[in-house]
Design a protein around this ligand. Structure first.
Ligand code: G3P
Ligand code: MG
Length: 242
């Protein structure tokens, strides 16, 4: 079972910062996941929430601030004073961290709350510029965005993100069409996941920070997990004990 660092190595570094991504890049793990929003001046930035309130010393919606304005705040100090000075990275800056590694890159489009007009096209341009199309998977809770991205770039893997239990999840994913399902941990032991696996779905599960859960998922054939503690999880899975 493969391991993705969720929002970078976000259990030990401030999420979605270059510090968290440099740590993920250093680790011998399969991949990394992070979240993308669009600024007021149309720049792609990597941050989880629609606002900067929780993960910076500023306030406001990403969509209402320019990149220059967003860069006046600190995105590390909330996590620990030793991380002071971390800024909000652009998509291109994050991809650059992984340019010399083999990590699989999961870019989550956070367009489910605000539609972010033209985001898919911009993300595609950056991926192509960085030459990373063959090792990217685009995911979103916004399944319209997943469908549109697949239309734009059929050669790039896409995945639907789900929070709830679905009936016939595999068939729904094929209908979008999506190449993989990224599902919420509490739904991963339900019929939904087992049926999808039997039908041949690629199934990845978020967010798994507990080794007992990880081992149970490994047993049923889940392809990958997203975890905030990639190093710890890798060591525990290799040893194979709880
Ligand atoms: O992409 C998996 C996971 O990151 C989805 O949830 O809220 O952590 O972005 P969230
Ligand atoms: Mg995410």
């Amino acid at each position: 079972m493969k391991i993705y660092a969720h929002r970078g190595a976000s259990g030990t570094f401030p999420e979605n910062t270059l510090a968290a991504f440099e740590e993920a890049a250093r680790l011998d793990i399969h991949g990394v996941e992070f979240d993308v929003h669009l600024t007021k001046d149309g720049e792609l930035v990597v941050i989880h929430d629609e606002t900067i309130d929780r993960t910076s010393d500023g306030v406001g919606y990403v969509k209402d601030l320019t990149l220059a304005e967003l860069r006046t705040f600190d995105y590390g100090i909330w996590f620990g004073s030793e991380f002071a000075g971390q800024t909000i990275p652009t998509l291109e800056e994050v991809l650059a961290v992984f340019q010399q590694t083999t990590h699989h890159i999961n870019i989550e489009l956070k367009s489910d709350i605000f539609p972010y007009e033209g985001m898919g096209e911009k993300v595609l341009q950056v991926i192509e510029k960085m030459g990373m199309a063959e090792r990217v998977v685009i995911s979103s809770f916004d399944h319209e965005a997943v469908r549109e991205f697949k239309k734009l770039a059929p050669h790039i893997e896409v995945a639907i993100l789900t929070l709830e239990v679905l009936v016939d999840a595999y068939d729904y994913a094929r209908f979008i069409p999506a190449d993989a399902l990224h599902i919420f941990l509490p739904t991963a032991m339900r019929k939904m996941a087992k049926e999808a696996l039997v039908k041949g779905a690629i199934l990845r599960v978020y967010t798994v920070n507990d080794i007992e859960n990880a081992m149970a998922l490994q047993k049923i054939g889940v392809h990958a997990i997203f975890t905030d503690y990639p190093e710890r999880m890798k060591q525990a899975l290799e040893v194979g004990t709880v």
